[in-house]
Design a protein around this ligand. Structure first.
Ligand code: IDP
Length: 140
């Protein structure tokens, strides 16, 4: 399987509870390498643009406000099949449906405050990485 990169976000519900290190440990234990990382506060404009695909959904405004409620950690994860691997470390969107030991099963507060974001396709990974990082900030 090819080496891939994926965009991960540790969401405000998780940074607020000081879970960044525990979540990063789960990524690293799964063989994903954190090759870029920064802690930032998203503006409404940035969060709205990032989740633009959901703008017709009833939860959009609430999602944007939850993503701007505190700092996030944006990161690029690299590894064999990193996109799918990260999705399996994250667990299902709804923590009630997430497999045991996944990030969301262990840490998510709700379907919305679900602790992490991860790209879901190679096309979205490339676009989402470019949304947050310059090539020079990614250090494999
Ligand atoms: P994903 O993050 O697992 O890829 P998506 O369907 O792309 O899930 O949704 C993006 C984000 O929108 C989710 O992570 C979650 O925070 C939020 N979300 C998705 N579905 C719902 C919902 O039914 N109610 C509230 N928030 C939701």
């Amino acid at each position: 399987m090819a080496t891939e990169r994926t965009l991960s976000i540790i969401k405000p519900d998780a940074t607020r509870r000081n879970l960044t290190g525990r979540i990063n440990a789960l990524f690293e234990e799964a063989g994903l390498r954190i090759v870029a990382q920064k802690r930032i506060r998203l503006s409404d404009l940035q969060a709205g643009a990032f989740y633009e695909v959901h703008k017709e959904r009833p939860f959009y405004a609430s999602l944007v406000s939850s993503m701007t409620a505190g700092p996030v950690v944006v990161q690029v994860l690299e590894g064999e099949g990193a996109i799918l691997k990260n999705r399996s470390v994250m667990g299902a969107t709804d923590p009630k449906k997430a497999e045991p030991n996944t990030v969301r099963a262990q840490f998510a507060e709700s379907i919305e405050a679900n602790s992490v974001h991860g790209s879901d396709s190679p096309e979205n990974a490339a676009a989402e990485i470019a949304f947050f990082f310059a090539g020079t900030e990614i250090l494999p």
